[in-house]
Write a protein that binds this ligand. Sequence first.
Ligand SMILES: *[C@@H]1O[C@H](CO)[C@@H](O)[C@H](O)[C@H]1NC(C)=O
Ligand SMILES: *[C@@H]1O[C@H](CO)[C@@H](O)[C@H](O)[C@H]1NC(C)=O
Length: 353
Amino acid sequence: MQLVSKQVLTCDGWLSVFSLSSKQYLYAFILCSSMCLTGTQAECPVQLNPQRAVVRYGGSVAVNCSTSVSHKGMGWEASEGAVPMTTDSLITWRVSNLIEWDIQPFCYINHEEQCQVELPVTIYKTPDSVSISIVDHSGPMIEGKQYELQCDVHDVAPVQDLTVKWYKRQTLLNQTTFTDASKTPVNETTTLLLIRPDRADDGAQYRCEAVLELGAEGPQPPPKETSGRLNVELYYKPKHFNSTETIIKNDEVTLNCTVKANPAPTYTWHSEHLKEEISSSVLQSSTVLLSPGNYTCTTTNSLGSDSKVFIIKSEQADRTTFWAIVLSGVAVALVLIATYVIFKIRCSNNSVI
Ligand SMILES: *[C@@H]1O[C@H](CO)[C@@H](O)[C@H](O)[C@H]1NC(C)=O
Ligand SMILES: *[C@@H]1O[C@H](CO)[C@@H](O)[C@H](O)[C@H]1NC(C)=O
């Protein structure tokens, strides 16, 4: 929700009214209507406790209607559990097995004149079943295509308190609510979610959950029913991370072309240096002679193919280092020999003297 900026408020009061969001209008409406309701209730001197009843279909309910004024009689009117007019000041509407979807109880009192307060009753029924399916499709999905998921919620009431939540693994993807005013159980099959799976979704599990959000007077936590898990097998074509890779040749060279794809891909290698066709995903210099040059690997499955070029280069730097070591070795040897010879000559000169 967007906050009304202070500037707008100080500049022009009307502008701030226009910048109220629809949710704020809703709050204002609820506030106003509850004030109006409290107004009428204040006129009729009875209190209901609780003020609203939430009952499971076939469950029990008890609501007190009490007054603190003297009166000529009060009672509960209802198609079930009615309490005949009495001069008591606390009377209880009680039903032990409530199976009437459209019950509308009210408590009345004969004070100065007769008045009444209605008790809002919500009768709920958790769904018999919740199931998830793919619309018009069976078998593996194909990457990049669009699919519709459907959630069937059977025999649930009241549907305006129902929220259907969609999950991929533990992530909430979307949720749907309903505006149908029906109080009796309905089957909801119209909730659809569009998905366009990618390769990360291979093996992902989707599920839907039907939650009855019945408000503060309802059961806590809200009753929910979860579908089974829909396992997605996804077909996707091979795709290499890089299209070329350069390798400096040393003792052991490994060309690894392995890539994930579903269905499992096949591999073929092409190079002027290869005498036969090779179909493994990895080439190793221990089993195949790999001279410097280009080696192209083509990976293929039923959805398509992708190629990658490996470039083997000979190791110039290594040779330079090798020769540098050899030359410095030779130089050291020469110095040692020269030192030895000079020493030897000087010693023999001394012995002569
Ligand atoms: C209704 O009144 C009875 C008698 O005073 C009391 O025991 C009971 O707790 C009350 N029920 C509710 C919901 O307030
Ligand atoms: C809901 O579906 C069930 C099973 O298909 C069916 O027996 C029942 O009559 C349906 N209820 C409504 C309200 O359509």
